[in-house]
Structure formats: structure tokens, C-alpha cells
Ligand binder design. Structure first.
Ligand SMILES: [Zn+2]
Length: 383
């Protein structure tokens, strides 16, 4: 017996670590609470549009705001990549404040809900960040990972061809868990692909007119403050609407450009949903220094205040094209930019396609108003 005593001790010590680790891991499976908005019409689930998602971590709620007045439908996707925090936070801010007066707005805050339940291993990521509200209460958000949790979909295959024709091989194998590589989706495919099919089928079933997929990119990325645009049946109309948005942003002193969806961007929302549905597809990226390899210590300050001196220096030295602000690019500015882009796209769309008018008030005012309020004023307290 004596010779096994060390084995028993080691097992007990391992069990103690396992208990604390599992508490930590399981906490990431709880969705952030969202404050009530009296203008909310109903909550649907993505499994209503893709049966195979029911009961899985990839099923996700769809917040529907129906004005009751005939018009078009705007679909907003947040959290396609959970670690791009401005996307899900902007979606939640809209859900808590929006008031739709013509047509419908549908908002998905956690498009890859499985991705919110884990972080990127060995990247020094943290799992949560917290924002103090004006009333003194605190809202906590998950950081998450750009891919579905391997607990939900495993193993990654060495070769996979998605419905778009994109072939996932070699270093791209893990992208089989990336919602934004697997469009337009497959009802019977791997779980991530079934979620893509849910979005595709939602767009078709609900006659969605225009979709925004909200993203952030690392400072090295060349498409920051840029909106990708695609509409298979009428590209020039889509670009006119996007240009209306860009011009409106520029009048607010906010840099924005629009580009046509890359011809080979197969599997990405703007390319493959634009090619296979009637919805005008848009995807916008904001600057997020916590995503790039040059970032220093990962903490709430980096995520919320977006200040990374390494990137400012890299920009000064000519290695980073993006005009990195000296004092950082806070999350609230990035959230405001997403919300404003959506508002101007709806305005532009309604201007060009008045018979499918989509009209709403974010109740958040201008860009300056949102920045002044801060996330502590934009987000509501949870009662
Ligand atoms: Zn992204």
C-alpha cells in the first residue's frame, strides 16, 4: 500500500486543479444577460431555420424587432468571431436600445455561440472583461474564440470542401470551425456549417433585404474601417447604398471605405451569402489591438481602452498601415462605429429601395453622443 501513496497524492492534487479549472471553463457556457427592451417583439432561435442545431451549443437566439409597419428586413450579426468584442457588444447595445418604426430588424448577438465558451489556447487570452455602468453596477462579457469549441465539433478534418467550394486543407483545417469560412452552409454538414445554413435559411425564409456581419481585425489587417459589399443580382445598387453610408460617415469625420467582396472569398458571409441569397451583404471591420501578435499584457485595459503602445510604435516605424491613434482606440468608439454604420446603411437602403423601407432609432444619438456616454451609459443595468 505504501508504495502507492504517492500515486494517490498526485491524483488528489490533480483533482483539486481539475475542479477549479472546470468551474472556470463551465462559467464560459453562460450567455451574458441582456437587459429588457419594451420594443422587442419576440426571440426566435437559429434552430427554427436549421433543425440540426436544436439542443447544441451552436443554437443561438435571434432578437426580432418588428414595427408592424410593412417594410424591409435588416439582419445584424454580432459575434461571428467572439474575440472581436465590438461585434457582440454593439449587437447587445442595439438590442437594449433600438426602436423600429418601419420594417423589421433582427439581431443575433452570439452568431457563433459555441465560440464564446472557450478561449484561444496558449495565446495568453483572458476569459472575461467587465464594464462599470453609470449606476455603479457591472456588466461582464466573455472574450471567446473565433472558432467553435472543439468540445462541440471535433476532430478537425485534414480535408474538407464546404458548400461554397472552399477547400480547407493544411493550415486552414481548423477553419472547419469558423462560421465565416463555411457559408452558405449545409443542413447536414458539421455543426458550424449547420449554423451557417441557419443564417442562409433565415435570410431566404424571412426575405432579409440587407445584412451586416460585424467584425474586428488585428492592426496589421488591411481592411480596417472598411465595409465589404456584395449583392449578386445588382452590385451597383449595393455599392450606391454602401457609398451613401461611407459619405455619411465621412460627414461625421469618420473614415470609411467600401469595397466589393473579393471574387475568391468563398465561404465568407459577404461572398457566399451574397451569391446565394437575395440579401445585400455587408461586413465591417474595426481596429482591435488585442488581436494582433504584437500586443503586450492582455487585460481589461487593453480590451476596453484599446491602447497598445507597441502598435503605435509599429505604425510610426512604418510597419502598420492603419493610422493607430496615440491614445488607443477604445471599445466604445468601435461599438459606436458599428452602430452608426448599420444606421446609415438602413438609411441608404431606404433611400434607394423606398418600397422596402427600414426605419429605426437606435436611441443612442450621434457618434459623439455614444463616445460621451461611454459603454457605462449605453448598456442598461440588469435587474
Ligand atoms: Zn472576424
Amino acid at each position: 500500500m505504501k508504495k502507492y501513496i504517492w500515486h494517490v497524492i498526485i491524483l488528489l492534487v490533480a483533482a483539486v486543479f481539475a475542479v477549479f479549472a472546470s468551474i472556470d471553463f463551465l462559467a464560459m457556457h453562460h450567455d451574458e444577460p441582456i437587459a429588457d427592451n419594451p420594443n422587442l417583439t419576440e426571440i426566435r432561435w437559429l434552430s427554427d431555420y436549421s433543425e440540426g442545431l436544436a439542443g447544441t451549443d451552436l443554437d443561438t437566439p435571434i432578437y426580432v424587432f418588428d414595427s408592424g409597419v410593412p417594410g424591409g428586413t435588416f439582419l445584424v450579426l454580432g459575434g461571428t468571431h467572439p474575440n472581436e468584442s465590438a461585434g457582440p457588444v454593439a449587437a447587445i447595445a442595439l438590442i437594449e436600445n433600438i426602436e423600429v418604426t418601419e420594417g423589421r430588424v433582427m439581431i443575433i448577438p452570439w452568431t457563433n455561440r459555441s465560440g464564446f465558451s472557450h478561449t484561444s489556447p496558449l495565446d495568453g487570452m483572458q476569459d472575461f472583461f467587465s464594464i462599470e455602468l453609470d449606476d455603479g453596477s457591472t456588466r461582464t462579457f466573455r472574450v471567446g474564440n473565433r472558432l467553435s469549441n472543439p468540445v462541440d465539433q471535433w476532430p478537425d478534418r485534414t480535408y474538407y470542401e464546404g458548400s461554397s467550394g472552399r477547400k480547407l486543407v493544411g493550415t486552414e483545417s481548423a477553419e472547419i470551425r469558423n462560421i465565416n469560412r463555411m457559408y452558405f452552409g449545409n443542413e447536414k454538414g458539421v455543426l458550424t456549417e449547420r449554423a451557417c445554413y441557419g443564417i442562409y435559411n433565415l435570410i431566404k425564409t424571412e426575405n432579409v433585404d440587407i445584412t451586416m456581419d460585424m467584425h474586428e481585425g488585428s492592426p496589421e489587417f488591411l481592411y480596417l474601417d472598411c465595409t465589404m459589399v456584395n449583392k449578386h443580382s445588382d452590385n451597383s445598387l449595393a455599392m450606391s447604398i454602401a457609398s451613401y453610408m461611407c459619405l455619411s460617415m465621412e460627414f461625421d469625420d469618420l473614415t470609411m471605405r467600401a469595397e466589393y467582396s473579393g471574387v475568391n472569398s468563398y465561404g465568407l458571409s459577404h461572398r457566399s451569402l451574397g451569391d446565394n441569397t437575395e440579401s445585400m451583404m455587408t461586413l465591417m471591420e474595426t481596429y482591435n489591438p488585442s488581436m494582433g501578435p504584437l500586443h503586450g499584457k492582455m487585460d481589461d485595459d487593453l480590451i476596453i481602452n484599446g491602447n497598445e503602445p507597441n502598435y503605435y510604435q509599429a505604425h510610426l516605424d512604418g510597419y502598420v498601415y492603419f493610422d493607430v491613434p496615440e491614445d488607443g482606440y477604445p471599445l466604445v468608439n468601435r461599438v459606436a462605429r458599428h452602430i452608426l454604420t448599420i444606421a446609415y446603411l438602413a438609411e441608404g437602403f431606404s433611400e434607394y429601395v423606398p418600397e422596402r423601407c427600414i426605419s429605426f432609432d437606435t436611441n443612442l444619438g450621434t457618434y459623439e453622443d455614444m463616445v460621451e456616454m461611454g459603454l457605462g451609459g449605453i448598456l442598461k443595468s440588469i435587474n
